[in-house]
Write a protein that binds this ligand. Structure first.
Ligand SMILES: N[C@@H](CCC(=O)N[C@@H](CS)C(=O)NCC(=O)O)C(=O)O
Length: 198
């Protein structure tokens, strides 16, 4: 199995944490640049995005949460759905909303307009980030079983991406409960080994 990733993508990190938590061998991880149209990425994923996972049989799998879904079926234990299912999925949905908004702003700033965050669409995405994190902070996901569920996983991925990309943004609010949650998982290998960096 081979996983194509970069060092910052929250979507790729979701898949990588899920693989790590389930004990998969991640030694065949290749860092690629999606925006440079790396051949192995384009050949396996017409969307040219990370994560892209190539199975032992050579089948390309894409989309972070679909890879996690595939893993749940492929290797059910430990489950990443341990906890009150409706709440877990609701929290993961909130986290994905802020991840999408953050990535949208970053793509806008890097590839369209350095002031994208101040445009009409950028301000809308900023509102999503603020209100989404506020909602997560109000009812933070909890580690209930031995393995943090997908609500915790996606929330920590979102928080770390916020700290990486928006650490000086004046509109980011304080998130003490989510920071405490981060401390709870920080030493887990799957999280530690995939910490994002530029
Ligand atoms: N919906 C996809 C999104 C993946 C995605 O957008 N990855 C970004 C990195 S954060 C990427 O590779 N972007 C390259 C591009 O959009 O061309 C998922 O959940 O995996």
């Amino acid at each position: 199995m081979k996983i194509l990733t970069n060092t910052t993508s929250p979507y790729a990190r979701i898949a990588r944490i899920a693989l790590g938590e389930k004990g998969f061998d991640l030694s065949d991880t290749e860092i690629v640049s999606p925006w440079a149209d790396t051949p192995v990425l384009i050949e396996n994923n017409p969307a040219a995005r990370v994560p892209t996972l190539i199975t032992e049989a050579g089948v390309p799998l894409t989309e972070g949460l679909l890879i996690l879904l595939w893993l749940e079926k492929k290797r059910p234990e430990p489950s990443l759905l341990e906890g009150p299912l409706d709440l877990v999925i609701s929290q993961a949905g909130r986290a994905m909303g802020v991840i999408d908004a953050m990535v949208h702003i970053m793509i806008g700033v890097m590839h369209t307009d350095p002031n994208f965050a101040e445009t009409k669409v950028g301000l809308r995405r900023r509102r999503t980030i603020v209100t989404g994190f506020r909602a997560l902070e109000a009812t933070p996901p909890a580690v209930s079983g031995s393995t943090p569920h997908v609500g915790v996983l996606t929330t920590i991925v979102a928080l770390d991406y916020l700290r990486l990309r928006f650490k000086d943004a004046p509109w980011v609010e304080s998130l003490p409960k989510l920071e405490a949650l981060r401390m709870q998982v920080a030493e887990r290998a799957a999280y530690k080994n995939t910490a994002p960096y530029v």
